[in-house]
Every structure is written in structure tokens, then in C-alpha cells.
Design a protein around this ligand. Sequence first.
Ligand SMILES: Cc1cc2nc3c(=O)[nH]c(=O)nc-3n(C[C@H](O)[C@H](O)[C@H](O)COP(=O)(O)OP(=O)(O)OC[C@H]3O[C@@H](n4cnc5c(N)ncnc54)[C@H](O)[C@@H]3O)c2cc1C
Length: 502
Amino acid sequence: MSDTQDAGRRPAEAVDYDLVVIGAGIAGMNALEVASQYLPRGARVMLVERRARSGGMWCDTYDYVHLHQPHPMFTAGDVEWTLGAPPQHLASKPEILDHFQRCHARVREHFTLDERFGWAYVAHEEVAVGDGWQVEVQVRPLGGDGGATTVRARHCIRAFGFEAPRNPPLELSSTAVASLSPDGGGLLGPAAVNPDKPVWVVGGGKTGMDTAHAVLSAWPGREVNLLVGRGTAFMSRDRSFPTGLRRWWGGKLTLRTFTDLARRFDGDNEQEVFAHFMRRYAVTLDPGFGQYLLGLMSEAENAFIRAGIREYVKDYLVDVVDADGVPMMVLRSGARRPVVPGTVFVNCTGYVLRGPTHYEPYVSPHGTVVTVSPNAGIHILTTFASYFLTHLLYLGKLQAVPLYEVDHHALLAANRTAMPFVCMAQILYNLLLILDAVPMSVMRGCGLDFDRWFPLPRRIAAGLHLDRNKADYRAHCRRTLDRVRARFGIRCGVLEGRREAA
Ligand SMILES: Cc1cc2nc3c(=O)[nH]c(=O)nc-3n(C[C@H](O)[C@H](O)[C@H](O)COP(=O)(O)OP(=O)(O)OC[C@H]3O[C@@H](n4cnc5c(N)ncnc54)[C@H](O)[C@@H]3O)c2cc1C
């Protein structure tokens, strides 16, 4: 039974599905892949996705996007890539979407998968059945007149992701300049708008840097400028993923880096920790840049962009106006700068953690629904959150392990400098709890783990170090996170009613 609204007529214990997964992005794929390790072959699973295919935000993100991390570390569970490229290769959008097909095919093989592409989740309700609980999930087709359908399932995993929107072109008053979205075409290729004119990339985060890199690669020598706000620094990819023999002695495992930064951060001293990050780990166009939002970049990309751009400006664009026939940038500082007619502005002001969203805790009161969402995050990356939460769900530990949940939306709004270090304290704290709760096979099977890059002896040494110090680290991170909650007044702690960690 699937398209049914008469849930009331079925026997109380009957379920339509073992599992309903909402969202076919990489978080949803992780949920499905992990569930396939616990549910028998042929188990009935529904996959509900607004878009027409799996891939999530990667379906719509700008064409020249590529992964920050080496491609093997972006996957579902432990699904291997079949690209045949060296591991350090940063996969392009078509390559990423191909890998989604592969992950998708694997779960199709395992489950009886009822795929609802072009459908949306509407609501859910936990229902008491005998001694336990099930969940009724309402879904509906998008477009057409199809009404909502309610299905009963043992569990539902809602992997909504960051709900990254498409970035529209900036609304500019000037009629003499071009305003483009990175997602909308017109920047590269034969249909490029004004390819002989200068470009202003508005935003200095990952999209801004990708855009500057793409334009400079397509037109070496073209005038490209960046408007970077406070300026964004990146974690050095060369340090996190050294290549060749340097894997044995060079660089630093990401867990060790995060531990170093989390230990230094006490909930109040983000400026000091940021300064340490800049000295020790950062790649940046300018040592005076003011934020780090967990992105990765290599020295080579940074050098290429720095050598290619005309200038970067630490300010924010308010508008471009026409003044006596001359287009003029108006900046938040009050400065005004003329640009040549035809200049191309590209909106790279960001996608993630943009707007407020509806809150639901990462696990529902009766444990039937898991929500993977940045405002109820147990890890800033939804991939890891989905991987670990699904394991905990099927191991029956989800309600017992007192994970710290953080509202990452509110955190970013409260303090951008502190944000990455709070995330690191949370990752370390929750990871230590999870390590104690799950079999080692869960850790070994986590293909997302950046530290798989390094040879086994280095990973074992890092694991032993963590184990020796776990009581201290756990206590420190907990104090830090409690301080963050008190200081910023954001959701940051154990879910209400849950057992507190020792
Ligand atoms: C420009 C950009 C670059 C990035 N680069 C990297 C990178 O290099 N490496 C990295 O690890 N991360 C990167 N990220 C972060 C990235 O978003 C995550 O790693 C990951 O892809 C998010 O996956 P997700 O499944 O959580 O979300 P999404 O990919 O957004 O998937 C969620 C899916 O849920 C669906 N959905 C939502 N609500 C409903 C509903 N009510 N009903 C039905 N379906 C619904 C959506 O349609 C969507 O397809 C980047 C993000 C952006 C914006």
C-alpha cells in the first residue's frame, strides 16, 4: 500500500514502509546507505525529493563548482568512486552528479525503493502502536492537483540540507552594467555577457574564489576584482591533504587540527583562536582578512587568484548607480568607485545558513523521526550528521546518547568569528560520545572521514592521543559549549529531557 489516505483502516501494527527518507542530497544518500546496513534486502523504503533526481544542491549549483576536499571523502557511507582520477582530484559538478547515480543505484539494489521525485514532505505525526511508536508522514506531489498522501513508517529521516537557494543576480540601479548569478549562465562559455569587460566578484567565500578562478582560467589577463567584505580565509588544503610521501610525515590530520583549535577556544576568546588559525593553518589573499567559514583552499589556487586579480576591496556593495553617465559602485563604508560601462557584477554572496527555518530537534520525542538540519545540527556538515544519526537510530542509541545540538543558523548570526571554533568544539564533543556508543566498524566505515587520507599508523597515533585525553577534551568542550549557550543565548546543548553527559 502506498498512495493511500485510509491509514485508519489498516491493522494497527501494519506499516507501509520500514523507512521514509526526505531529501535525495548527500545527507539523504548517507541515511539510505547506512540504513541498508541494518534493514534486510527488499525492505520497503520511500524516498521523497522535490527535485527531479538525486544530487540535492549540486543539481543547481553553478557549473564550475568543484569539491573542496579530495573526491573520495565526499560520498555516502563508504561507497567508492569509480572516477579513476588521482585521489587529490577535486571532482567537478558532472563528476559529483555521476557519483550520486552510483550511490543511488546501490540503495536501489538493496531496498524496494519507492521513489517520489517531484514530491514534497508536508508533515508528520508520531503514533502509538502497541508498546511502541510509528510515524505517519504526509507527502504530496508538486504541481498538478494531486492531494497529500499519508503513509505509515517505522522511521522517517528528514535530510532537508541547507536549503541552499539559487543566488539571483544582484538588483543594481545602473542600466550600464551587467548583473549575473553564478548559477544562471552568462558568465562563461560562448554566451558569456561582455567577455571583454572587467568583472567584479561580489563575495570572497568559496563561490567568490571559484568564480574568480573560473573567469581568470577562461580569460587570462581579463580584469577581475573581488569585493570581499571582511575577507574570508580558508583552511590550507595542502596541510590537510599533503600528497605523495608527505602523507607519512607532512601536514596535519583534520581531527588533530580541529582538536588543537577546539582546545584553545573557551567560548570567549575567538579573536585569539582566529589569530592562531591565521598563523598556523590559513591560506588567504591577505593576512588581515577577518573570517574563516570552514572552507578549504590550496596554496596554488590562492596564488593563481592573487596573481590574476587586479585588486580586492574589503567592503560591501550597496548598489551601482549611474552618475552623470558613469556607473558608480556605492559601498557600505560610504566610498564610491567608478567602473567602466559593461562591467559584469557576479553575486557570490553565499548560499548556506541564509534564512531562518522551522525548528525540530534532531530526534523526535518518541525516537521515530530523525532530522538532519543546520538549525538542529549535531555536526556542521550534514553528511556526517546523517551518517552518525542513522547508525545511532538503528543501533537503538539515538535517545540515550546525550549529543549536543547546535543551532548553526543562529550561531552564524550571533558571531561569525566564533562560529568555526564552536563547530569544532561540538564536533569533538559529539564524536567522543559517539565513539563510546558505536562499534568501531561505524568509524571504520565512514568514508567521509578526511583523515582516511593519511596512512594507518598516523591515524592510529591520532586515535590513541584522543583516547588518552578524552576525559579532558570532553570536559573542556562541554564547558566551552555551555559558555557559548550562555553568551549568545542560542540553542546549544543536550535536548530537553535527555540524560546529561557525565
Ligand atoms: C556552493 C556550495 C559549495 C559547497 N561545496 C562543498 C564541498 O566542496 N564539500 C562539502 O563537503 N560540502 C560542500 N558544500 C556544503 C554542501 O551543501 C553539503 O556538503 C552537502 O552537499 C549538503 O547535502 P544535503 O543532502 O544536506 O543538502 P542538499 O544537497 O541541499 O539536499 C537536500 C535535498 O532535500 C530536498 N528537500 C528539502 N526539503 C524538502 C521537502 N520538504 N520535501 C522534499 N524534498 C525536500 C531538497 O530538494 C534537496 O535536494 C557546499 C555548499 C554550497 C552551497
